[in-house]
Design a protein around this ligand. Sequence first.
Ligand SMILES: CC(C)(COP(=O)(O)OP(=O)(O)OC[C@H]1O[C@@H](n2cnc3c(N)ncnc32)[C@H](O)[C@@H]1OP(=O)(O)O)[C@@H](O)C(=O)NCCC(=O)NCCS
Length: 182
Amino acid sequence: MNRPRPPATFATARLAAHPPRPEDAPAVLAAYAGDPEVTRYLAWKPYVRHEPLAVFFAECAAQWASGHGHLAWLLRFKGTATPIGSCGLTFEPAGTAMFGYVFARSVWGRGLATETLQFLVDWSLAQPSIHRAWAMCHAEHTASVRVMEKAGLAREALLRRWHVFPNLGPDPRDCIVGAKVK
Ligand SMILES: CC(C)(COP(=O)(O)OP(=O)(O)OC[C@H]1O[C@@H](n2cnc3c(N)ncnc32)[C@H](O)[C@@H]1OP(=O)(O)O)[C@@H](O)C(=O)NCCC(=O)NCCS
């Protein structure tokens, strides 16, 4: 099955998306990647220094070059320089697109995650080789469940004791899956 190539840059009504670069790390650390409130339900712990984040962004560039793995974008308000969030997708398992998204606390509640996820869902399902668009979050992460729902991912499953969230402890927690298929 052909693996689609997402656009390296895209724009939504309010946001511009570009692949992260190592030199973006200090601004991303300041904006959201060091905030424990932001990372609470994420798969990574808050960053303390920008150097490891720059290493991660270098890995992101390699994944963009190969077209494999997690393809990530940084998000900024159009016409501005400061990153306010990021999103990404993975084509795993084959024929599906799985999404992630994170925003700085200062911009929560303005519909930006929904706007971003909607773009990713629409783009993915427009690809002939993609039949399923989906995302997953902690079962008690009400805001993310709502974002999935608003972007058209129907609540599909409760996966009990499915995923370890490193900021919440070592126990696997329940997760909710949202999906849209064609
Ligand atoms: C989850 C997150 C992405 C939402 O981003 P956002 O831009 O604020 O989302 P939106 O504004 O598009 O929509 C949020 C919705 O959740 C609702 N919501 C937010 N907090 C809520 C809460 N505690 N309880 C119930 N609903 C809540 C909002 O009211 C809104 O729904 P509405 O439009 O029906 O009112 C953002 O909080 C974030 O970046 N969190 C940290 C990273 C993260 O957890 N990412 C997701 C991992 S699965």
